[in-house]
Ligand binder design. Structure first.
Ligand code: ITT
Length: 193
């Protein structure tokens, strides 16, 4: 059986990742593996942060570790919040405050294009590999929907039917999300190695 650690402390991300992992794998969280306190995340790119989190767990536990660093890049805000998505409105990491600030900063903007991006870092004895998943969409004018987390209530994927990610059932979001695309790229990489 494959045993891996998911290097995320975000319960929503954990749930989404678990839902797309192959059945039968033993999947531990950082907490399960005895890690207390925050994982290191001091980089200035999604790649650096994913790398740091996965390497930290691999070095401390010696179990293959998968880290997810994700962000929302809004064209009309020069790519913000990007790597600062979790703390856009401050260190409290409030999803509600982050969404409200983003809508306020984009008030009146005609260009509402945005991209969700996930970088996965996979750390094993062989080293570390990075995989990416993206989904393009638009920022709404108001919050819509109850599912999901983070910026899901204000993001409409271009390839959907006009609903926000938060108006979709979890499996509908997973079918086109940045995170599940990155997971598919990683699984394809595993099959080839
Ligand atoms: P870990 O580092 O422990 O994994 P985190 O919450 O700090 O958890 P990130 O830095 O990767 O994770 O995420 C940045 C923020 O981007 C996150 O807090 C959400 O607000 C937002 N975000 C990430 N993925 C999202 C998604 O699928 N839908 C909506 N918002 C998302």
């Amino acid at each position: 059986m494959n045993k891996i650690i998911l290097a995320t402390q975000n319960a929503h991300k954990l749930e989404e990742l678990r839902s797309v992992l192959p059945k039968g794998w033993e999947v531990l969280t950082a907490f399960d593996a005895g890690i207390r306190g925050e994982l290191p995340e001091t980089g200035s790119t999604l790649e650096e942060n994913a790398f740091q989190k996965a390497m930290y767990l691999w070095n401390h536990c010696g179990i293959p570790s998968l880290a997810d660093d994700s962000g929302l890049q809004v064209a009309g805000l020069s790519g913000a919040p990007g790597v600062n998505s979790a703390m856009y409105a401050g260190p409290e990491r409030s999803d509600q405050a982050n969404r409200s600030l983003l809508l306020a900063n984009l008030a009146g903007a005609v260009d509402r294009a945005a991209t969700f991006r996930t970088v996965l870092a996979w750390a094993t004895l062989e080293g570390i590999q990075l995989y990416e998943g993206v989904v393009h969409g638009q920022i709404t004018h108001d919050e819509r929907g109850e599912y999901g987390f983070g910026y899901d209530r204000i993001f409409v994927p271009n390839e959907g039917d006009g609903r926000t990610f938060a108006e979709m059932l979890p499996e509908e979001k997973v079918a086109m999300s940045h995170r599940s695309r990155a997971v598919r790229a990683w699984l394809t990489g595993l099959e080839r190695s």
